[in-house]
Ligand binder design. Structure first.
Ligand code: CP
Length: 314
């Protein structure tokens, strides 16, 4: 199988076939992660830099584990411990790291566009691990992997993406990825948490009435209220937000019996999602999303750094 991408920066550059290829290989990686010895020699001798200039629990830990399980060398780097605090530019930082003959940079940054920018200052593959309010493509791929396994398909599913749409980089990748795979997407949010032109998101429908939308949905994807990016007061109180847009225990009754609940984490419990729903034994796939993170990121690293050239060893 061919895979004609060097970087994963913009999910809209990936076709349905590219995405399905990543999901199918993630299934193989899932099987590897269920063995006693969870390791492949596939990327032995290659070097991946994890450059996290913004906090992360899930993305950072799952990339580090994915790299170790594929046997590559890793360099963890970023934030206030680097010479950027002495005024070194991002371009000079990348050119310095590239002098070590690195193969891949996984980058998270609070500024949108950093992954694209650094791709012009290194020959390494770049993976966007979340840039500002722009994109988070590996999050979208792991979300697709969880939804695909829970529902058995992506094509034709009705998916609601609910909450802080305007500040979410998850949306920037998830909505286009769902559309590429043939799902129907409904965005649900108060007008104050939508972008100025919601149609640019590419969703099929935009609604501010959660209760009207909920009964039709196969999957409900709750977004975290991005308190660190809020300006002004987009809703009267967190309590009111929870009443109108939170996935509460009462809303369980409005959902299809087999509808699932997703959330990228970290969760604001009692705001966008009540504990009853976050921990719902039949509906919630939130911890499966976390597990999917390692399987999917192993698959992305595998394809970007060589794929079949390296072979999948037993
Ligand atoms: N979903 C997500 O990106 O989580 P972290 O910020 O913990 O990596």
């Amino acid at each position: 199988m061919a895979f004609n991408h060097k970087h994963l920066i913009d999910i809209t550059e990936y076709s349905a076939d590219d995405i399905m290829q990543i999901l199918e290989t993630a299934l193989v990686m899932k099987e590897v992660n269920e063995r006693k010895v969870k390791k492949l020699p596939t990327l032995k001798g290659l070097t991946v830099v994890n450059m996290f200039n913004e906090p992360s629990t899930r993305t950072r830990s799952s990339f580090e584990l994915a790299e170790k399980r594929l046997s590559c060398d890793t360099l963890n780097f970023g934030g206030s411990s680097t010479s950027s605090v002495k005024g070194e530019s991002l371009a000079d930082t990348m050119e310095t790291l590239s002098a070590y003959k690195i193969d891949c940079v996984v980058v998270r940054d609070k500024h949108a566009g950093v992954p694209e920018y650094i791709s012009h200052h290194t020959n390494a593959s770049i993976i966007d691990a979340g840039d500002g309010k722009h994109q988070h493509p590996t999050q979208a791929l792991l979300d697709l992997f969880s939804i695909w396994r829970a529902k058995g398909r992506l094509d034709g599913l009705n998916v609601a993406v609910v909450g802080d749409i305007g500040h979410s980089r998850v949306c920037g990748s998830l909505i286009p990825a769902l559309k590429i795979m043939g799902a129907s997407v409904t965005v649900v949010a108060p007008n104050t948490l939508l972008p100025a032109r919601p149609e640019v998101l590419g969703a099929d429908h935009v609604s501010s009435n959660f209760d009207e939308v909920l009964p039709e949905m196969d999957a409900v994807y709750m977004l975290r209220i991005q308190r660190e990016r809020l300006e002004g007061a987009p809703y009267p109180s967190l309590r009111e937000y929870n009443m109108l847009y939170g996935l509460t225990e009462e809303r369980d009754k409005l959902m299809k019996p087999d509808a699932i609940i997703c959330h990228p984490g970290p969760i604001n419990r009692g705001v966008e999602l009540d504990s009853f729903m976050a921990d719902h034994p039949q509906r919630s796939v939130i911890l499966d999303q976390v597990y999917s993170g390692i399987c999917t990121r192993m698959s992305v690293l595998y394809w970007l750094l060589g794929g079949n050239e390296n072979g999948l060893a037993d």
